[in-house]
Write a protein that binds this ligand. Structure first.
Ligand code: FUB
Length: 344
């Protein structure tokens, strides 16, 4: 739901119609990446704060400084906030804007993957490790070599390989990497350097991780999202093209790449036969929520599938003060996913 319409919302009524309530209310949380480790649900969200930054289309008002981890014993149980797991002051290369993270586990070590703006103003992606899923995490001294842009999501395939999906337009800077090098030219406008409407949409990226999960083992590759005819989605197709919030889940041997369409506020998905794609656009998982951004993860818990997502209902529509929620989703027999309406 675009911000312009917020003043007309009756939030009491909206909360009654919401299909889920915020999982925690002691802090604002967003961009939930959910995983089950050893039978417990762990959610790795952004920790939203109001740092007093002016609103702009580069997302400067998303001035987050740290990460908290949330856990739940089961999908219906109370969500527990485990406090600060990593602070920007403890990440040598990062200056600001701790945006949407993800985590994963390998051989008893937990890895927190996170984007942040470095001192040169360029978003990079870093890794921090811990022996506990709730941290505290210790950051690597440098960002992942060859990393850029935002919103990392790390998927473990059945053969034990890990892949990082990432990228984000506008404030996420993906449009500045078209040549393979960062284009730092003016104007600072978030829409400068985007492809024209009839050009191919910008591609999100994927890279296989090294065995120690600390680096890319290959140069990131573009992820092709195509329509049913096999044609790449175009830049003007902003109700279907990728904007940010990459996620991958596997269902019935198919790979589901899901993402936010940003300025049209949908969570969509596309289906492929391997982790690199191509992925064929198949529909929407979530219709627009209150607040400009939409960001999610898809996670299987006890044989059922859930969408973890956020909205700005608790803050009465403040777009950078969001709350994490969860709702069950359904894969139909043909593999398609039923679209959720966040408010009945
Ligand atoms: O939370 C900051 C940014 O907003 C995320 O990185 C985007 O996906 C959007 O949710």
């Amino acid at each position: 739901m675009p911000e312009a319409s917020i003043e007309n919302i009756d939030f009491e009524d909206l909360n009654k119609r919401a299909i889920s309530q915020p999982l925690v209310t002691n802090i604002y949380t967003a961009d939930p990446s959910a995983h089950v480790f050893n039978g417990t649900i762990y959610i790795y969200p952004s920790h939203d704060v109001d740092a007093g930054e002016a609103f702009d289309d580069l997302g400067s008002h998303f001035a987050m400084e740290d990460y908290h981890v949330i856990s739940m014993d089961s999908i219906d149980s109370e969500a527990i906030d485990h406090g600060v797991a990593l602070h920007v002051n403890d990440v040598p290369w990062a200056k600001e804007q701790m945006w949407a993270p993800d985590a994963n586990e390998k051989d008893g070590t937990y890895y927190l993957f996170f984007p942040a703006k470095a001192y040169d103003g360029i978003f990079r992606i870093g890794v921090a490790t811990s022996k506990s899923p709730t941290g505290p995490f210790t950051a690597q001294p440098e960002a992942i070599k060859g990393s850029f842009s935002i919103d990392p999501a790390v998927f473990k395939d059945d053969d034990g390989s890990y892949y990082m999906y990432f990228g984000g337009l506008w404030g996420g800077q993906l449009q500045r990497w078209k040549s393979g090098e960062f284009n730092g030219e003016y104007p600072e406008s978030p829409t400068a350097f985007l492809p024209e409407g009839n050009e191919k949409a910008l591609l999100p990226l994927v890279a296989k991780m090294t065995d120690d999960l600390l680096e890319f083992s290959e140069k990131p590759r573009g992820i092709e999202i195509v329509d049913k005819n096999g044609d790449l989605l175009l830049a003007k197709d902003n109700e279907r093209r990728f904007f940010e919030a990459a996620w991958l889940h596997k269902y019935n041997e198919k790979y589901y790449f899901s993402y936010s369409t940003g300025d049209t506020h949908f969570i969509c998905y596309a289906v492929g036969d391997n982790p690199y794609g191509p992925f064929t656009y198949d529909g929407r998982i979530l219709n627009p929520v209150v607040g400009w951004t939409s960001h999610h993860s898809v996670c299987e818990v006890d044989g059922k599938w859930y969408l973890f997502y956020h909205d700005s209902s608790l803050s009465k529509g403040v777009t950078h003060l969001r709350s994490v929620k969860v709702a069950e989703i359904t894969h139909r027999e043909d593999g398609s996913i039923e679209t959720l309406n966040p408010y009945k």
